[in-house]
Design a binder for this molecule. Sequence first.
Ligand SMILES: Nc1ncnc2c1ncn2[C@@H]1O[C@H](COP(=O)(O)OP(=O)(O)OP(=O)(O)O)[C@@H](O)[C@H]1O
Ligand SMILES: [Mg+2]
Length: 280
Amino acid sequence: MLEIIDLKKIYPTGTKALDGISLSVDQPQVIAIIGPSGAGKSTLIRCINRLVEPSSGQILLNETDIAHLGRRELRKARRRMGMIFQEYNLVDRLTVMENVLSGRLGYVSFWRAYRRSFPKADVAAAFELLERVGLKGYHNTRADALSGGQRQRVGIARALMQAPDLLLVDEPTASLDPKTSRQIMRLLTELVQERGTPALVNIHDVALAQAFSDKIIGLRDGRVVFEGVSDQVTEAVLTDIYGEEDWSTTIRKVDDAENGTGPDSTEQKNNGILRESASG
Ligand SMILES: Nc1ncnc2c1ncn2[C@@H]1O[C@H](COP(=O)(O)OP(=O)(O)OP(=O)(O)O)[C@@H](O)[C@H]1O
Ligand SMILES: [Mg+2]
């Protein structure tokens, strides 16, 4: 599906943001990308759809090398990638429906196509997606009247309107409260499975990454320093990625806190740490 080979990015300022990244995604999975501020997470995501121009390397999306496409081909290829952002990037004065339908357009042609009416099939698909992301009945609501969680649901629906081959997600929950963050991550993981579309998700919250990803990639100084599953993220791994710190409270300890079946959750409940009313 996606294969990145020796991707490098040196900004004109001389900053080496990506220093030879190689990774591959061959299943519809959620790949969480963690790493300290400045590690290159956003640069990686933006290089994949070439909002940032890679300096060298290959980005193969279903065999097309995105890194070496001309302008026209790039516009087509970008429609195969759905972007979801921390700040949602909705058009505030447009309705939820208009925002979702804008996902049918390439990034650039939106304003040009704004006055055209959309095909019935697109509108039907948008209604279906709105219902799926939990926003049934909100189609005529203006984007600026929504909560953060609702805005992110619109962002997700808009990205999926493109029927993308890949979702690129940059800190989707950084502006959300813990419970809403979990709901949004859960929705994302479900949609990845339902639609068979893999997602690369930059995320600062390690426990959230552990709870809702199939694979975790750790970046440091533009390099992949860790690749593994949730349970392999130990304190030693976090020290390697982020540096020395007391990581004991950061790592997810409760396997299945939601339905209370995890081995540790009983213990924590007994200790009074995890109360019914506080579980997300
Ligand atoms: N447009 C730019 N011009 C010059 N340097 C940049 C630019 N964008 C990012 N950088 C630098 O590249 C490096 C990687 O930045 P990037 O934004 O990819 O990190 P990040 O892992 O996403 O960080 P954060 O967790 O804070 O979002 C940093 O040193 C940053 O200062
Ligand atoms: Mg970033």
